[in-house]
Structures are given as structure tokens and as C-alpha cells.
Design a protein around this ligand. Structure first.
Ligand SMILES: Cc1cc2nc3c(=O)[nH]c(=O)nc-3n(C[C@H](O)[C@H](O)[C@H](O)COP(=O)(O)OP(=O)(O)OC[C@H]3O[C@@H](n4cnc5c(N)ncnc54)[C@H](O)[C@@H]3O)c2cc1C
Length: 401
């Protein structure tokens, strides 16, 4: 937060500040400069004022806190349509590694309608949560920013976690920012790597920056807590499920009324079918070699027979043959299917960044030196236009589809 101050005793009314303001926020009144609420605190007028009458004062919103009283790693347990999202469980797995490095516990943070959250809490415990902090209220039955942000802020203020991880999902991206600004804490969005600095014990948050050209490792400001990140789906492995695990469920009730919520849900209208690359067990991807939107038909046909999702390289997306939702890679989706079949994709580092952790990689490429073969489990050196239709035909026969 900032404030622009014009010292009335020093201002000479020379008007030198007026043309300097790119937002037109300054005017003259009674021979003195006056600023309105459109001011962006860019300081251009501070530089322009010949007598030093204008200053910008920063207000510290967040005051440094006793960071030592914060402990444990929390993962937000997101659920939709009666299912815990897989990224939340992946966060518990990664959270456990961070907790081990810090010598603390990994916990879940879960919201929902009273009486309808226990099965989600049990699933979190089966995937490694030692405690699950549950905030219950009818206001939390369906996602809305205000009650979700308030629930998180109240739990965080009361139980003081050192690290809070959210899935980089529509929900996580939406309300994690509100939580961070309310608490005055940092938030690193869309992380692809997390680690604990062995000396300082700070959370190291890695994410692509400058359009994916560099990987930046970000530390939150050391005097504020919690350290918070959103993390993309499939970046981390799903931890094994163990239903015999025991964990504690801590229940709180949201102190908020419907009047305080600024949005109302009138109706849910199902959007168009989106591409669910993140949860697909098999992905068939096409690259530049596909050559046209029409030719993607052969990829779709194989995908249909195998019950697979269709992926693409950026070259295919940039050529306008298929939409961005299908793009796999550093600036597209990160995927971790059981089988990834790359057709006519060279295997650039940026493409590999999104798919190299797939269990089995099959590469079809007519260049035996293509880099994709270095990470492929099985390689087929051939023309994809011959091989892919043959695979479709053979799978159709064997699977009876
Ligand atoms: C900042 C940045 C971010 C990026 N992010 C991404 C990203 O998220 N995802 C991504 O994919 N790329 C990304 N890229 C682009 C990346 O560098 C490559 O340009 C891109 O992956 C190449 O796509 P491709 O493999 O389809 O095409 P190419 O590299 O042109 O490869 C085509 C391959 O097809 C083979 N081939 C040709 N004809 C046939 C045929 N008939 N049968 C079989 N094989 C054939 C060729 O031998 C070749 O190996 C990014 C680049 C930058 C700089």
C-alpha cells in the first residue's frame, strides 16, 4: 500500500508535475497540485517536481511476525463432484518430503458441508496426512472465493503452518492469492519444483519464468509466514494409498454468514468438454510432422480405440492444427500417464519437460537420431502415416472396438 503526499508548504504551483503523470491523476486546485485516486504511485511526478514537494510513502501492510511459532506443511485438499483432486494427494506426497527435511508433520486443510467431509479426510490420511484440519459450514459446500479464503485464513491464523501448498487448479489459483494478500504472506504460482534449503530451512520454489526461458527459484520474504505455493498437477508423483494409516481430524466451524459472501451460485451450467490430459492414463501426441489439422484425425482415431487423450507439441499448436489445451510441455501441460505415444515429435527439452516422467514412452519418428529416442522406452523408426493407422487397425481388432 502506498500514499502520494504533496507538501502544500513546499508546492509552488508551477504545474511541472501535470504533464509528467502518465495516468492523468494530477490537477491544480487553488494554486496547488492535487492527486486523485487513479494515482499508480509510479513516482514520475516525484522526479518531475523541481522543489521536492511530492513524495510517495509506503505503508507496510504486513508486519514481521514470529516465524518460529509456525510449523508443519499443509496441503489444501480440493474436492469436486465427490472426488478428491489428484493434485491434492500429490501435494501430500511432496509435502511429506518437505516435512521430513524440516522435522515436522504433513497435514491436510479441507473445507466442506458439515457431515460431508469425513470421507475426503480419510482419503487424505490414507495418502499420508498426519492431521487434517477441517473447516465446516454450509457456505463451503460449493466453491466460492469469499468463504474459502476466509476458511483458509482463519485456520492458518489459528494453527500457524509454516508452508501451505495449493493445487494450481482453477480453485487454487483463485483463492490462494486472496489468502496471501489477506495474511500479508508470499505466494509463488505454478511451481514445478519444491525443496528445503538445508542451511536456512526456507522453502525453495522453482517455476518457469520469462515465458519458460529460465527456471527461477524463489524464496518468500523471510520475516513472513506461511510460505505458500500453487503447484501444477502431475509435477509430483501420487503417494501410495494405505488405508491402514491413522490420522487426526481437527474440526472448526466457519464463523461467516451468507450476507458476507459477495457471490451467489444461481445455477451450474456444464461448460464444453475440456481436455483432461492431467488424468489420462494414455496420451497420443502429435507434432509438427502431422502437417495439418485434418491429419490429426489419425491421432484421434488411435486415441479413441485406446481410450486415450490427444496431446500435441507446441509446434502443432502454434501451427493452429489443434488448440492450446492439448499442448504438452514447459509452457503447456505437465503429464504423467502410464503410456505416452509421441508421433512425429522430435523431443525438445521443452516438450520433455512436460512428459518425461511418463511410465512408458513410445516414440514414432523417422529420424533415428531424434532426441525423443534418448528418453523413449520403445522407439519405432518409421513414417508415422504408415505406423499409426496400422496400430489403430491392430488395436481395434484385438480390443474388439
Ligand atoms: C520458451 C519455450 C517454451 C516452449 N514450450 C514448449 C512446450 O510447452 N511444448 C512443446 O512441445 N514445445 C515447446 N517449445 C518448442 C520446442 O522448443 C520445439 O520447437 C517443439 O517442441 C518442436 O515440436 P515438434 O517436436 O513437434 O517439431 P520438430 O522439432 O520440428 O520435430 C518434428 C519431428 O517429426 C519427425 N518427422 C517428420 N516427418 C515424419 C513422419 N512422416 N513420420 C515420423 N516422424 C516424422 C522429424 O524427424 C522430427 O523429429 C518451447 C520453446 C520455447 C523457446
Amino acid at each position: 500500500m502506498a500514499r502520494l503526499i504533496i507538501d502544500a508548504d513546499t508546492c509552488t504551483g508551477c504545474e511541472a508535475c501535470l504533464p509528467s503523470c502518465p495516468f492523468g491523476s494530477l490537477s491544480m486546485k487553488d494554486g496547488l497540485a492535487l492527486v486523485d485516486e487513479s494515482c499508480n504511485f509510479c513516482r514520475a511526478c516525484v522526479e518531475a517536481c523541481p522543489v521536492g514537494a511530492i513524495t510517495v510513502e509506503m505503508e507496510e501492510k504486513a508486519v514481521p511476525i514470529d516465524t518460529g511459532s509456525y510449523q508443519n506443511v499443509w496441503a489444501f485438499i480440493e474436492h469436486e463432484q465427490e472426488k478428491v483432486s489428484s493434485v491434492s494427494l500429490e501435494l501430500l506426497g511432496e509435502g511429506r518430503k518437505l516435512a521430513e527435511a524440516l522435522g515436522c508433520q504433513v497435514c491436510g486443510m479441507l473445507f466442506g458441508d458439515p457431515g460431508d467431509v469425513d470421507h475426503f479426510a480419510k482419503e487424505a490420511i490414507a495418502h499420508g496426512a498426519e492431521k487434517v484440519y477441517v473447516m465446516e459450514s454450509p457456505l463451503l459446500k460449493q466453491y466460492r472465493t469469499d468463504p474459502y479464503a476466509r476458511a483458509a485464513v482463519d485456520l492458518i491464523r489459528k494453527f500457524k503452518p509454516e508452508i501451505v501448498l495449493f493445487g494450481a487448479t482453477t480453485q487454487g489459483r483463485d483463492f490462494a492469492g486472496t489468502v496471501a494478500t489477506t495474511l500479508g504472506a508470499g505466494l509463488t504460482a505454478d511451481c514445478t519444483g519444491l525443496d528445503i534449503d538445508p542451511e536456512t530451512k526456507y522453502l525453495k520454489q522453482t517455476r518457469p519464468a520469462f515465458g519458460g526461458n529460465i527456471m527461477a527459484t524463489i524464496l518468500d520474504y523471510p520475516h513472513y509466514r506461511p510460505q505458500m505455493s500453487t503447484v501444477r498437477s502431475k509435477v509430483f508423483a501420487l503417494p501410495p494409498r494405505d488405508d491402514s494409516r491413522k490420522g487426526e481430524i481437527i474440526r472448526e466451524t466457519l464463523q461467516m454468514t451468507e450476507d458476507e459472501v459477495r457471490t451467489k451460485i444461481l445455477e451450474f451450467i456444464k461448460g464444453r468438454e475440456t481436455v483432461n490430459l492431467a488424468d489420462a492414463e494414455i496420451i497420443i501426441s502429435g507434432g509438427r510432422a502431422i502437417g495439418s489439422a485434418e491429419n490429426f484425425r489419425i491421432i484421434r482415431e488411435l486415441a479413441e480405440v485406446l481410450g486415450a487423450a490427444v496431446g500435441a507439441s507446441r509446434a502443432a499448436v502454434d501451427s493452429g492444427w489443434i488448440s492450446y489445451e492439448h499442448q504438452v510441455g514447459q509452457t503447456g501441460r505437465t503429464v504423467r500417464p502410464k503410456i505416452y505415444i509421441a508421433c512425429g515429435i522430435s523431443g525438445s527439452v521443452q516438450h520433455q519437460a512436460g512428459m518425461k516422467t511418463s511410465d512408458i514412452i513410445v516414440a514414432i519418428n523417422k529420424d533415428p537420431d531424434a532426441p525423443i529416442f534418448k528418453i523413449a522406452t520403445y522407439g519405432v523408426v518409421a513414417d508415422l502415416f504408415t505406423v499409426v493407422p496400422k496400430l489403430t487397425q491392430e488395436f481395434r481388432k484385438r480390443l474388439g472396438r
